[in-house]
Design a protein around this ligand. Sequence first.
Ligand SMILES: C[S@@+](CC[C@H](N)C(=O)[O-])C[C@H]1O[C@@H](n2cnc3c(N)ncnc32)[C@H](O)[C@@H]1O
Length: 229
Amino acid sequence: MGVAETFDRSARSYDVSRRMLVPCFDGFYGSALDVLPGDRTRTLHVLDLGAGTGLLSMLVAAEYPRARFTLVDVAPGMLKIAHERFAAQAERFAFRVGDLASVELPSDVDCAISALAIHHLPAFEKAALSRRVFDALRPGGVFVNAEQVAGETEQEDAANHRTWREEARALGATEEDLSLADERMSEDQPSTVPEQLAWLSEAGFEEVACRFRHGMFAVLAGRKPLPQS
Ligand SMILES: C[S@@+](CC[C@H](N)C(=O)[O-])C[C@H]1O[C@@H](n2cnc3c(N)ncnc32)[C@H](O)[C@@H]1O
């Protein structure tokens, strides 16, 4: 089963399981929001890569009432839920079904955001996406990727996975929840934090940093430089 079918199959139950399956939910998504511009009245164009049901866009939209959004995802069933979520503010939201590896990105983006999506791409496509996002951003724009990452060793990776299971179980995840999550994760291709920071730097981003880390969850960010005056 491909990624789109896997996510479409659990699209309706996706949101309710999030706080259990992302045990550091508040710190993780909150750190991603912290990277965004301080002026919340700005009319930003936000591009959400692998937007799914629109969870991250929803958090950003609540903080930036004048921002407009383009949500991209390969799974039409996930985007359908995002569409329903934002129906009352339809003029602020555009939707694009497409694969992050090849979809055309808009060219007037102030903030590119992503959560738990880019790890579905192989390494070379993650590196290429960093460059494409760089091109899509206006000077001064930010890219924040709240991501599932690989440990730097097999041992670290296994320990991160064990911790995730224990924390998710403690928050009420059932064995069925965990096995469905395992099934989805079997298709994942996560990369390490140092690899991903290097791809951001190579693409031309500055202020490249890991802004949050909790086991397999990390928030990676960079800013497109302003032209030299
Ligand atoms: C775990 S969900 C995350 C959704 C949302 N960003 C969130 O934080 O809740 C991963 C999403 O990435 C999407 N996705 C996976 N691979 C993709 C690809 N190659 N192109 C576009 N979207 C992809 C899936 O369809 C799914 O909606």
